[in-house]
Design a protein around this ligand. Structure first.
Ligand code: GLA
Length: 383
């Protein structure tokens, strides 16, 4: 599927021309499950995204067609009930969240497809939300800034899709810049672009093809554990607004007050904060050994303390270690999906071959391999 085909499918269905908008998925080098804890994340947008042809239709109705699901959905701008098709709820939610903020929208027709692997931890859903939030802002000239567009996508997840996610994915999808990662402070929303071109290394994702189910309350439960730990700490230390503001000493003061599970989740989050800062410093010095070491540290924490890894991800992480890969860890929310690997170029071929062979021998299928290209965020494509 490409843009020319997208446009011709649109004009066959709706008998007119469309504008095309796109917004990408993301990787995250380090800083996982820190966004909803007011911590740092370090994502970049990728060269895979959602592509939507859109044209206003002068009515109050949205008519949408998903090329990937080969299905259509129609809903009114003032309708209360969300559409029955799961994919259409993202578009519905974005419209409702824009309207809730007092902006007026009109109806539109849309046809879209995506090439972000689904359930792989690369944020296909944020790409979908960001595509429509960005496009509607542009088409209706609403003047909403990109931070608020990101919050509109995040609120869509919270209110229409049941995932109490943080802001990282929507932020990365909207603010991405080719060749750069972004270190975002999720408490203040201040961020910095870091050029990312690790000479002599490749960044590669290995997809277990095990689907994670973020919506399956496991993600939301992690968030509740963090909020519980934070609330106990804040009673003694009112300056602590987010769990990422806390220290291990503060956590240890309240360890008997909270369930052991909540303690482990908090221990991971507090450790992850320092790992992101270490990685940013190390990158500026070209010290990839430290970058990689912290990535392994994150994997350990996500597997043993935060418990969002799985057998397949741990297996890929072990293979990376055995092969001498510089850094490797589970990426994104977890519960399946990908590992992100920082690999020396001369090791790349043998690592991929070994990972495929061993994973296949154990699980009966090969992991999928995606080379990472850090790309631009949401935009309108020239017609
Ligand atoms: C998912 C969520 C993000 C973030 C990551 C984990 O991708 O959408 O907000 O919490 O998990 O870092």
């Amino acid at each position: 599927m490409d843009i020319t085909e997208l446009k011709s499918i649109f004009s066959e269905r709706f008998g007119k021309e469309c504008c095309v908008y796109t917004s990408p998925g993301r990787i995250n080098l380090i800083g996982e499950h820190t966004d909803y804890n007011g911590g740092f994340v370090f994502p970049g947008a990728i060269d895979k995204g959602i592509y939507a042809g859109i044209c206003l239709n002068g009515t109050d109705t949205i008519r949408a067609y998903s090329i990937d699901y080969q299905g259509s959905s129609e809903f009114g701008l003032n309708e209360e009930d969300k559409p029955s098709e799961a994919w259409a709820r993202y578009i519905f939610g974005v419209c409702r969240e824009i309207q809730k903020r007092g902006y007026s929208l009109g109806g539109f027709d849309t046809v879209f497809f995506g090439n972000v692997p689904l359930g792989a931890g690369m944020s296909s859903s944020a790409a979908l939300e960001s595509t429509f939030a960005f496009a509607l802002n542009d088409l209706f000239q609403l003047g909403i800034d990109k931070f608020e567009l990101a919050r509109i996508g995040q609120a869509t997840e919270h209110n229409y899709c049941g995932v109490k996610c943080g802001i990282m994915d929507q932020f990365a999808s909207l603010f991405g810049k080719a060749g750069h990662l972004m270190r975002l402070n999720c408490a203040t929303m201040e961020f910095e672009y870091f050029p990312f071109n690790p000479k002599g290394y490749k960044v590669v994702l290995l997809d277990t093809v095990v689907k994670h189910e973020l919506a399956s309350s496991a993600y939301n439960r992690r968030r509740e554990s963090c909020e519980n730990a934070c609330a106990h700490i804040a009673k003694k230390h009112p300056e602590v607004k987010y769990l990422s503001d806390a220290t291990m000493a503060m956590l240890n003061e309240i360890d008997v007050e909270i369930p052991a599970e909540d303690y482990m989740r908090a221990e991971y989050v507090i450790g992850e904060k320092q790992r992101v800062l270490d990685v940013c410093d190390a990158l500026e010095k070209g010290d990839y050994a430290t970058v990689g070491d912290r990535m392994y540290g994150t994997h350990y924490g996500m597997s043993k303390l935060y418990e969002v890894s799985c057998e397949e991800l741990d297996f890929l992480n072990d293979i990376a270690k055995e092969c001498g890969v510089t850094g490797s860890r589970v990426m994104g929310g977890g519960f399946g999906g990908c590992t992100i690997n920082l690999v020396k170029e001369d090791l790349y071929d043998s690592f991929i071959a070994t990972a495929k062979e061993k994973f296949n021998a154990k699980f009966g299928h090969e992991p999928k391999v995606y080379d990472v290209v850090i790309s631009d965020g949401a935009r309108k494509l020239d017609n």
